[in-house]
Ligand binder design. Structure first.
Ligand code: TYM
Length: 335
């Protein structure tokens, strides 16, 4: 049985990319594996977060997990700051990872913006904390979207270097679970930009708390080119020249669990408005119940917080002995 770990930041605007690229896969993994899913509040503060929002956002991610089908009896669900081993092991990894490795991280470059000197140090060492999240549990598999791939390679490098430096097979070399479809859902306004929580335009994404009207308006307004829906005769390279068209096909495919060639067979050559109508229908059908359940759960703060608290207690029981072994390997004198 594999041990699965993954995390989602409580930074608001949870969207379709988070659902299709990550949360939906969390759910399908939970019946066969030991799964640990974390709301990573300490990662969120690498950029400024309003304290009054972070609790709401943490409850919202938790509600999205539960509403999408995660079962707290099967999967362990908690918020990161409750389990101190993440930060402790994160510090150790700050001493294992090399500056050159972190300098290659493309997400830091994107998030730090033009004036890098003004970014927090936390944003820079963020991937080390992410490695600690995973390795605090000696997790073996990590389901994520495509944008996290480089961070997982860094996690492997850290585990390997630690094991080599101390001559011990202590940390596993994790495998990323990046699904072939929907691992990179693009913005509805620009098919070359990923759908993102931080995009200033709300029309760029379908939020998990959008109602049917908002879903319909956003899909209707989604950018396409002037050509009809690509039919099956098109080749792979056409994806690059028609990114918006293929993004809508990909979204339809992932929401409806239907292969892209089948969708092309049904809609190829037709105007985009026809595909958009069908997409609105499946999006409302699949996302509507999740939104409704999220709202119901968010009305029951005590339940959500109970799930996080019970999850944290179980998480600490796994992470503490691993941290103790780690400190022993490092030679730290302990009680
Ligand atoms: P975050 O919070 O940005 O995103 C949560 C998950 O959603 C995926 N995702 C996408 N998938 C497909 N298309 C998109 N447009 C899209 N946008 C986001 C992300 O890949 C991710 O799986 N660093 C992580 C959180 C994290 C973590 C971890 C993940 C912290 N520690 C340990 C795995 C293991 C992040 O910022 O995800």
């Amino acid at each position: 049985m594999a041990r699965i770990f993954s995390g989602v930041q409580p930074t608001g605007n949870l969207h379709l990319g988070n659902y299709l690229g990550a949360i939906k896969n969390f759910v399908s993994l939970q019946s066969q594996n030991e799964c640990i899913y974390c709301v990573v509040d300490m990662h969120a503060i690498t950029v400024w977060q309003d304290p009054s929002q972070i609790a709401n956002n943490t409850r919202e991610v938790t509600a999205a997990f539960l509403a999408s089908g995660l079962d707290p009896k099967k999967s362990l669900i908690f918020n990161q700051s409750r389990v101190p081993q993440h930060a402790e092991i994160g510090w150790i990894f700050n001493c294992v990872a090399r500056i050159g490795w972190l300098n290659r991280m493309t997400q830091f470059k994107e998030k730090a913006g033009k004036i890098r000197e003004n970014a927090s140090v936390g944003l820079y060492v963020y991937p080390n904390l992410m490695a600690a999240d995973i390795l605090a549990y000696k997790a073996t598999h990590v389901p994520v979207g495509e944008d996290q791939k480089q961070h997982l390679e860094l996690t492997r490098d850290i585990a390997q270097k630690f094991n080599n430096d101390f001559g011990i097979e202590f940390f596993p070399i994790v495998e990323s679970l990046i699904m072939k479809s929907a691992s990179r859902i693009m913005s509805l306004r620009d098919g070359r930009k990923k759908m993102s929580k931080s995009d200033l335009s709300d029309f760029s994404r379908l939020n998990l708390n959008d109602d049917a009207n908002a879903i319909a308006t956003k899909i209707k307004k989604a950018r396409t080119d002037s050509m009809p829906v690509p039919d099956g005769s098109l080749r792979g390279g056409d994806r690059d020249s028609r990114p918006e068209a293929f993004n809508l096909l990909e979204i339809y495919s992932a929401l409806n669990d239907q292969a892209i060639p089948n969708i092309q067979a049904a809609f190829g050559g037709k105007p985009f408005s026809v595909l958009k109508e069908a997409l609105i229908e499946v999006a409302v059908e699949k996302l509507g119940p999740i939104r409704k359940e999220m709202q119901r759960l968010l009305g029951d703060k005590a339940y959500i917080e109970g799930v996080l608290s019970a999850g944290a207690e179980r998480a600490r029981k796994i992470a503490l002995p691993i941290r103790d072994d780690l400190f022993k390997i490092l030679g730290f004198i302990q009680d």
